[in-house]
Design a protein around this ligand. Sequence first.
Ligand code: AHG
Ligand code: MN
Ligand code: MN
Length: 335
Amino acid sequence: MPKNVSLTRYLIEQQRADGLIPGQLRLLLEVVARACKSISQAVTKGALGNVLGSAESENVQGEVQKKLDIIANEVLIEANEWGGHLAAMASEEMDSIYVVPNRYPQGEYLLLFDPLDGSSNIDVNVSIGTIFSVLKKPEGSPGVQESDFLQAGSKQVAAGYCIYGPQTTLVLTVGSGVAMFTLDREQGSFMLTQEDIQIPADTKEFAVNMSNMRHWDAPVKRYIDECLAGKDGPRGKDFNMRWIASMVADVHRILMRGGVFLYPWDKREPEKAGKLRLMYEANPMSWLVEQAGGAATNGRQRILDLEPTKLHERVAVVLGSKNEVGRLTGYHEPL
Ligand code: AHG
Ligand code: MN
Ligand code: MN
C-alpha cells in the first residue's frame, strides 16, 4: 500500500483510474468526511463540550433523541447543503426528506445518513459512528421527492461509515472494494491505512442481542443454539460472542476479523420487519460487507435487492462472513 495517501488523493486517483468517482461525488465524499471530523471533535469533548445526555425530544421512529443525535444531524446538513453536489438529504433524525434550499445550486446526488449510530453508547464512552449512503437522483424527474430515494441498495454509488472509537476511522466503498482511512488529528486529514479489506468466509464469532432470544423465530434460534453447543454440537467448534450495541462498531469488527452480525425480526413488535433501518443502516453496511467478500440478507433475500417502500423502512439483518450468512439464510423457508 502506498504511504501517506490522504482521502483526497485516494479519491482523485480512483477518479482517474476507473472513472468511478465523478467530480461531484468526490466533493460530496470530502464534505461528508469533513462533517465526520467535526462530529468526532464533538464526541471527543464529551461532557466538556456539553454534548452528552438526552435532548428530551423524539424522532419519527419514537426514539428519544440524544443531544449528539441532533448535533450530528445538523453538522451533516450544514456541511452538505451549500456545495451544489446534492439534491436532497434524508436522515434517521428527520421525519421527511430535506431538499437543498433554493438559494443553493442543486446537484444530482441524494445523501442518506444515520448521523449517530449507537446512541445508547454515547453517555458511556463506547464506540459510536455515522453511517451514510449515496444514491443518484433518478433522471428526468422534476424537483425532488421522497419517492426518488426509494431505490434498492444495489443502486448505491457510495457508502460508508465513520467510527468514533479509540481511533476515528472512515470506511468507504464506491464499488471497487473497501478502503479504510484513519484520522490524523495533527494534520486534520483522513489517511489511507488499509485497502481491499476482506472478510474471511468462515468465522467462530457471532454478534446478536441474546436478551431477545425468547422472541426469535425458529431458524434464528436454531442457528444460535448450534453455535452455543460449541465443539460437542453439530458445528463441531466453539463460538465466541460480541455485542457492542453500535452497529458501526460490530460491523467494523467483522470487517477487521470476520464474524456474523444478526438483528433478526422478533415477536416484541411483530408488525416491524426488524429494528434496523433499511435505507441508512442496512443498505450501506450490506454493500460494504459484500464489497469485502461477505454477504448480507434479511434471512431470505439479499438486502441490496430489496425495493424500499418508505424512507424509514425497517429490515431484519444477517451480515458478515459468507458461509455463516449462507447457513442461517438456508435455515429459513424460501419465500
Ligand atoms: P441508533 O443508535 O442509530 O438508533 O441505532 C442503534 C442500533 C444499532 O446500532 C445497534 O446494532 C442496535 O440498535 C442495538 O440494539 P439493542 O439496544 O437492542 O442492543
Ligand atoms: Mn443506527
Ligand atoms: Mn442513529
